[in-house]
Ligand binder design. Structure first.
Ligand SMILES: [Zn+2]
Length: 507
């Protein structure tokens, strides 16, 4: 009997585990058996590999071929084991030498015609391989730039089975040397800037406070007042991601199948799922292989839900746990997977179905009943997790008259300073931003001056006991933006203002 092995990686959420693919030829009637807890896509690997080998004019073993994936207890999903499987078979058949196949990690799918296809999750897979001491990896040619984000690995890119055979022989693939060794960062041609937002200084201020303290924010107002414009400008005033964050965010995007051709993602991402988005598209999941959803693509960045009242209640409810824990767990038939999901939420909604309720000089055509139903679409628990509620009114000035907003670069400077101040104050705690600090912890911080202001607001019913925590949280951010470590009565009064614009009170 002739045996051989090659290596690939099983991905369970963000966690990669090395998988040894063993091929044994001989000892029975000609057939191919795949063992080791494969899923349907992986089971089809047998047919893909056989077709690709035949297409290259090579013989598939004409005896019993057993392919075993270990550890056997680990569920294995997806089609990225093809390169490892075909390599083990080629070595066992004596077509290629043993050394390179046995010492490299292989991640890629084979087409029936022998082409090597790109797969999701190359970055997290190779991070796991490096962690296990591997120094060489073989991936699809189109994913070399992504693979090279993992320092300390020699990467071979292959575009077809013939390339793979060359590489396994230790011969450079034609064109391999010509490819660039360092990915060129791609700068977007146009970055939305706050300077474009005219005539909404209060809304820009609310957005700055949200950015500074990492607060979730709800923008509501008539159609066309600039809610989406503001939301898409939030990532532009947030600081760059730290190195560990950039690697983590890039790994999530790799799993979501977003190309990483521009190098590591160093800016906070922006994700704006449509209100028709399915549960799997939003939270993560999928029929065959689990993929991260929009909330994980927004990890360390901004999740924008436009027309939030149109989202299904089930989808919105599923945001509650990730908003508290910063991660999402998806139950699968044989396992569960976990993805990071620490996002800053921006929600936007019209005041009523027709959008004109409470807009000066305009008439709302909705019935009181339809307004009530519309209002009830957002559950209390979600609204409860939003620190800042801001109502946008149409600017009274014409576009030509309204002064341009402050440029994002200026706002970003203030946000960065306020965040540094928070990081110093919260050093030694699990939190880095005011928006993340739970109410109970907040009350342990030095008490603010002028708390009587909040007591009064509670007494006259303008503020709930839970609301006090939020006002304090925003108060801290206002103090941070002011460059001081004490909350004053003025900060609390402004913080109250950022809470008062309830969506429902428009009714
Ligand atoms: Zn209306």
């Amino acid at each position: 009997m002739s045996t051989a092995s090659a290596w690939s990686v099983a991905l369970l959420g963000m966690e990669g585990t090395l998988v040894e693919v063993e091929a044994a030829i001989g000892g029975g009637l000609p057939r191919t058996v795949l063992v080791g807890l494969p899923d349907a896509a992986l089971y089809e690997a047998r047919d893909r590999c056989r077709a690709a080998v035949a297409g290259a004019g090579l013989a598939w073993p004409n005896q019993l071929l057993t392919i075993n994936l270990t550890p056997a207890s680990l569920p294995k999903a997806g089609s990225h084991y093809d390169l490892a499987i075909v390599s083990a078979v080629l070595v066992a058949s004596g077509i290629v030498p043993r050394t390179i196949a046995a010492s490299s990690v292989l991640v890629g799918e084979l087409g029936l015609d022998g082409r090597v296809r790109e797969v999701h999750g190359v970055l997290p897979a190779l991070l796991a391989a490096r962690g296990e001491g591997f120094t060489t990896a073989i991936v699809a040619a189109g994913q070399v730039a992504e693979a090279e984000l993992v320092d300390g690995l020699t990467i071979w890119g292959v575009s077809c089975l013939a390339d793979l055979i060359e590489v396994l022989h230790g011969r450079p693939v034609l064109g391999q040397a010509a490819r660039s060794t360092a990915p060129t960062p791609q700068l977007p041609a146009y970055l939305p800037d706050l300077a474009d937002v005219r005539g909404q200084p209060d809304a820009c201020w609310a957005l700055e406070v949200a950015a500074a303290g990492g607060h979730h924010i709800f923008l509501h107002g008539a159609p066309g007042v600039g809610k989406s414009m503001l939301a898409e400008r939030l990532p532009g005033v947030l600081p760059d991601l730290r190195n560990d964050e950039a690697l983590e965010v890039s790994a999530v995007h790799s799993l979501a199948g977003r190309p990483l051709t521009g190098g590591l993602i160093r800016r906070p991402p922006y994700s704006n799922p449509h209100h028709n988005a399915s549960m799997a598209a939003m939270i993560g999941g999928g029929a065959r292989v689990a993929r991260p959803g929009a909330i994980s693509v927004a990890h360390r960045g901004v999740l924008f839900l436009d027309e939030v009242a149109e989202f299904s209640a089930r989808v919105l409810d599923a945001l509650r746990t990730p908003m508290e824990t910063g991660k999402v767990t998806i139950a699968r038939s044989v396992s569960q997977v976990c993805y990071p999901a620490r996002f800053q939420l921006v929600m936007a909604a019209n005041p009523c179905p027709c959008g004109m309720l409470g807009v000066p000089g305009r008439n709302c055509s909705c019935t009181p009943m339809s307004v009530r139903r519309y209002n009830e679409r957002l559950s209390g628990p979600i609204l409860d997790r939003i620190d800042i509620h801001h109502r946008l009114l149409p600017s009274r000035l014409s576009l030509a008259e309204a002064p341009a907003g402050e440029p994002s670069a200026k706002v970003a400077e203030r946000v960065a300073l306020a965040r540094q101040r928070q990081a110093r104050r919260l050093a030694g705690t699990p939190w880095r931003l005011n928006g993340e600090v739970p109410g109970a912890e907040l009350r342990k911080l030095p008490q603010a001056q002028g708390m009587s202001l909040l007591d009064d607001a509670v007494r006259c019913g303008r503020l709930s006991a839970r609301g006090i925590d939020k006002v304090l949280r925003i108060g801290w951010t206002l103090a941070d933006l002011d460059g001081t470590d004490r909350i004053t009565r003025t900060h609390l009064a402004s913080a109250l203002g950022l809470r008062q614009d309830s969506w429902r009170s428009a009714a």
